[in-house]
Design a protein around this ligand. Structure first.
Ligand code: LAC
Ligand code: ZN
Length: 458
């Protein structure tokens, strides 16, 4: 049945797509069966690689007519299993739709196709003296379509917001092939519902992003970065409050690396650490401003005087700044060497952060006395990446999620739900909210062909 349906689909699509537009086993690359979690998925029996929105529309119309499930794939850098194929799903890859138009300087926006990498768009913007507001570690491989579908966050949410805030206009194709194109990017446009918002963060369950117009921001005069050591989480949060007051919108990132992870990354990287080990937390503080180094130095001098910083080092050259960011990416680089682990991406209000960290630590220890937690993340916006080296994954997940639910936090700050966090959605969304999600899914994708089984069961 499945085999003959794939044959029927291929027969319908081969007149529409060029030779590279349809790949069947064994031409399918192994990398299509997994996302960045590394958990193996199925190998899709067919990969569809359209070049235009019209081709995406034709492909989805055919899948819809045949009731053929589709997994939508961008750069495969997701961490929740959203793009990992399930058995029998064909893959729809946007990798051949990667065009980037020249930035529109007047509107400070840029029109891009879904398959363009974030880094390629950042480069185009920078060449025109502009910046993309979002930056994430996966920039070199993640794609704009995936960034939008997952509402990616990253290191500068504090200043520029999440991906949702970057989207000025959007083009999506619905499951039945209907094209919704709203790419003008008008600053003011209250003509009925703002439908694009539905698709941002929907993890490919409601439609396929094909093109977007993104807001760009004026390049700041300069960037400056410092690494600070603090004795505890309370001081880190006090420092954040203090720097916000001193720096206002110039504060563009406030990232945390807990001491245990700092030491582990240093041990793996070798060399001389920028600050000695032994502190409870290390913070990366970034300023974007006309004279960023001067602003940052003045702010840190004030914070030092107020007793909020133990030790600090300023990145002075581009090389030093890159080295500090490299440290921040340490966990991601070394993840495979940390052994079996359970990873969480949680959001907590700052005034509940200490209570959460203490409660989670106690429960994790009780669940597995040998567990080793590694914490880092976007402390400036309350988003922690909480990784636990453990073999007792289920018990540890229960420990962390119970602690998050207790303080009213979110079980997914920025990585989404996908397949992997679906069992826990009910801890952060009410039955009424999930029921509305199901009604939207049924309205837009009545046969549930798009990313079926991600986020919730239809
Ligand atoms: C980061 C990814 C894991 O912040 O979200 O490094
Ligand atoms: Zn992150």
């Amino acid at each position: 049945m499945t085999g003959s349906r794939i044959d029927a689909l291929a027969a319908r699509l081969s007149p529409v797509l060029d030779a590279a537009g349809l790949r069947r086993d064994p031409a399918i690359d192994a990398h299509r069966s997994a996302d960045a979690t590394g958990i193996a998925g199925a190998v899709p029996p067919l990969v569809i690689r359209p070049r235009t929105t019209a081709e995406v529309s034709a492909a989805l119309a055919a899948c819809h007519a045949l009731g053929q499930p589709v997994v939508v794939q961008g750069g495969l850098t997701g961490l929740a299993g959203g793009a990992r194929p399930a058995e029998g799903e064909v893959a729809l890859s946007l990798d051949r739709m990667a065009a980037i138009e020249p930035p529109d300087a007047d509107a400070a926006s840029i029109l891009v196709e879904a398959g363009a990498t974030l880094e390629a768009v950042q480069r185009r913007a920078e060449a025109a003296g502009l910046r993309v507001g979002v930056d994430i570690g996966a920039r070199g491989s993640c794609t704009i379509g995936g960034n939008i579908a997952t509402n990616a966050g990253g290191i500068r949410v504090l200043r520029y917001g999440m991906f949702r805030a970057q989207v000025a206009g959007l083009e999506v194709v619905l499951a039945d092939g209907t094209v919704l194109s709203a790419l003008a990017g008008l600053a003011k446009d209250n003509a009925g519902y703002d439908l694009k918002q539905l698709f941002i963060g929907s993890e490919g369950t409601l439609g396929v992003v094909t093109r977007a117009r993104l807001h760009l921001h004026p390049a700041p005069g300069s960037d400056a970065l410092a690494l600070c050591a603090v004795p505890d989480l309370a001081t880190a949060i006090a420092l954040l409050r203090d720097l916000r007051a001193r720096l206002g919108p110039s504060l563009s990132a406030f990232e945390a690396i807990w001491g245990g992870l700092y030491d582990a990354v240093q041990a793996l990287d070798g060399g001389t650490p920028p600050l000695p080990s032994g502190a409870a937390l290390y913070l990366l503080v970034e300023v974007q401003a006309g004279d960023a180094a001067a602003e940052l130095e003045a702010a840190l001098a004030g914070a030092l005087e107020a007793g909020l910083v133990g030790d600090a080092v300023l990145g002075r050259t581009a090389r030093e700044i890159a080295a500090l960011w490299h440290l921040r990416e340490g966990f991601n680089r070394h993840a495979a060497r940390f052994g079996p682990a359970a990873g969480f991406d949680v959001s907590v209000r700052l005034d509940a952060m200490e209570a959460f960290v203490a409660a989670a630590a106690g429960r994790v220890r009780a669940a597995d006395p040998d567990a080793v937690p590694y914490l880092f993340g976007h402390l400036g916006d309350g988003n922690l990446h909480y990784i636990v080296r453990t073999r007792a994954e289920a018990a540890v997940a229960d420990a962390v999620y119970r602690s998050i639910a207790e303080v009213g936090g979110s079980i997914s700050a920025e990585h989404g739900i996908g397949f992997d966090k679906k069992p826990y959605l009910g801890l952060s969304r009410s039955p009424a909210e999930i029921a509305v999600m199901r009604r939207l899914k049924a309205a837009l994708d009545p046969k549930a062909i798009l990313n079926r089984g991600r986020v919730f069961d239809a």
